[in-house]
Design a protein around this ligand. Structure first.
Ligand SMILES: *Cc1c(COP(=O)(O)O)cnc(C)c1O
Length: 230
């Protein structure tokens, strides 16, 4: 995976060590857990410090913000890989496909259909994750747990999308392990191998519950300059 190579970036080193320790404890190999460094709200000069440390996998939650920052960074740092981890509007799908290597937030039939159409038109084959609203929170994106099987089938079988796994953002004030376990269960019964779960506060727990990707911002970059709702 990206960047066992070098580091020297304190936040990055600390997070990598904690992932390795959590993996060891769970009888897993730390190299099976991808670290998505969430760089939203940080400007290119700050992001560069993590790229300079050898890390190549990043997450952004807004298409427009990423369009402003990442084309130049991708030019400067070959191999940089970008995941979209925020909600995607259908009128931004074409822009998203042009910039992101993976979209983690496929969550409704209309979006899935537009993605299928634009992938075919542009020859894109991005990695895709389906976001599951494990807490059934009304304000949060994601397909409801009870609708997940049918939506996965629609995406894979009818639309031919390359669905690699599932993603969730547990409710802020609940024990995350229940949500991680639920996501794992839905993935398993659908034969999906990848699980994007765990953020700064709980990525070690997520690793214990089988995360194959954790999305970590604050613990690498420090507090965000402007708070953002997720
Ligand atoms: C911001 C964000 C993260 C990272 O959150 P931290 O608590 O800063 O690690 C992870 N996932 C999503 C979807 C986000 O929007």
């Amino acid at each position: 995976m990206s960047g066992e190579l070098k580091s020297g970036h304190a936040g990055l080193d600390e997070v990598r060590e904690k992932i390795a320790a959590a993996a060891r404890e769970a009888g897993r190999d730390g190299s099976d857990v991808a670290l998505v460094a969430v760089s939203k709200t940080f400007e290119a000069d700050v992001i560069s410090t993590v790229l300079d440390a050898g890390h190549r996998l990043f997450g952004e939650n807004r298409v427009q913000e990423a369009q402003r920052k990442w084309p130049a960074l991708k030019d400067s740092y070959p191999g940089a890989e970008l995941h979209l981890i925020g909600p995607l509007q259908t009128n931004k799908v074409r822009d998203a496909l042009a910039l992101f290597d993976c979209i983690e937030t496929v969550d409704r039939p209309k979006l899935a259909r537009v993605l299928a159409k634009e992938c075919a038109a542009g020859g894109y084959e991005p990695k895709l994750f389906i976001q599951v609203n494990t807490g059934a929170e009304p304000q949060k994106a994601g397909v409801l747990p009870e609708d997940a099987d049918a939506f996965i089938a629609l995406c894979r079988d009818e639309l031919g999308l390359r669905i690699c796994g599932l993603m969730c953002i547990p409710p802020f004030d609940e024990e995350p392990s229940l949500h991680f376990a639920l996501l794992e269960k839905i993935a398993k019964r659908n034969g999906l191998k990848e699980l994007s779960m765990g953020m700064s506060g709980d990525y070690d727990v997520a690793v214990a519950f089988g995360a194959t990707a954790v999305r970590v911002g604050t613990a690498i970059f420090g507090s965000r300059p402007t708070p953002v709702a997720i």
